[in-house]
Design a protein around this ligand. Structure first.
Ligand code: SAM
Length: 260
């Protein structure tokens, strides 16, 4: 199975419980709605990697007249997307968008890019965005899920957390694809769980438990899983067992003349 197919499968499996478990994702998306540029007058808005549609009501409120296009490559996620007036849901892979050039004047994307080949998806965003459009996204940076990474270290010889980009690498990739950053914010968020097993279950439940390419596709044995939980429990604080996210919210625009 390719890297992308395994991401799609993880999210499709997670779809049914995603809305219930994805508290942090909802919070991150709400923040992205809050920081949408007040000067943006978008009429065609793409919600890329829309999931079950957390952002739709906020986008509709912010752009009451716009054509909203929620898109995701997971059919089960899209199927749970509640229809919002004026929406046209599209099943699409961000690496090869089925839209004409300059089809949108604003792309909104919350917590999808970290699962993608970033330069390729940024190039697609640049292609489908108008020359004076806006790319507004949130993403996960290096250091995220570090508790899971550490707990699995040496367990089966594979990394269990994706290589999330550093902020500087993200910046460079945006520049290379012809975007300039208008505004950005980074923050650490920590979720706490009653037990290590709950932490792992929740991570799987939101589709983020994928084994990276070359990783171990089969289930871990009982002893290995117990060891992973034991290690996670070592990090317990008064609030519970922590799981950290390094987050970025970015508002970027195409650099004039960077594209033909
Ligand atoms: C963490 S969820 C975020 C969903 C939604 N934006 C939210 O904030 O709740 C990531 C979403 O991105 C989608 N996704 C991941 N890679 C994708 C790709 N290459 N093309 C389209 N959607 C993708 C997944 O199917 C999933 O629905």
């Amino acid at each position: 199975m390719t890297e992308r197919a395994s991401v799609r499968r993880a999210f499709s499996r997670a779809a049914a419980r995603y809305s219930e478990l994805a508290g942090l994702q909802r919070e991150v998306g709400d923040r992205l709605i809050d920081v949408l540029p007040s000067s943006a007058r978008a009429t065609r808005v793409l919600d890329l990697g829309c999931g079950t549609g957390f952002a739709s009501p906020g986008l509709r409120a912010r752009f009451p007249q716009a054509l909203l296009c929620p898109a995701d490559f997971s059919q089960p996620m899209l199927a749970l997307h509640r229809p919002v007036q004026g929406n046209a849901r599209v099943c699409a892979d961000a690496h090869a968008l089925p839209f004409a050039g300059r089809a949108f004047d604003l792309i909104f994307s919350s917590l999808m890019l970290q699962w993608c080949d970033l330069p390729r998806v940024l190039a697609e965003c640049a292609r489908v965005l108008t020359a004076d459009g806006w790319l507004c996204f949130s993403t996960v940076l290096q250091g995220s899920l570090r508790e899971i990474d550490a707990a699995f270290s040496g367990i089966d010889g594979h990394r269990h957390v994706v290589d999330f980009p550093a902020a500087s690498a993200l910046h460079s990739m945006l520049e290379m694809e012809g975007f300039s950053i208008e505004w950005a914010e980074c923050a650490t968020r920590v979720e706490y769980f009653a037990h290590a097993a709950e932490l792992l279950q929740s991570n799987r439940g939101i589709g983020a438990s994928r084994v990276p390419a070359g990783g171990r596709p089969s289930m871990l044995g009982r002893a290995a899983l117990a060891e992973v939980c034991r290690r996670l429990e070592l990090g317990r604080t008064a609030q519970g067992v922590p799981l950290s996210y390094e987050l970025a919210w970015v508002v970027a625009r195409p650099v004039p003349g960077a594209r033909g």
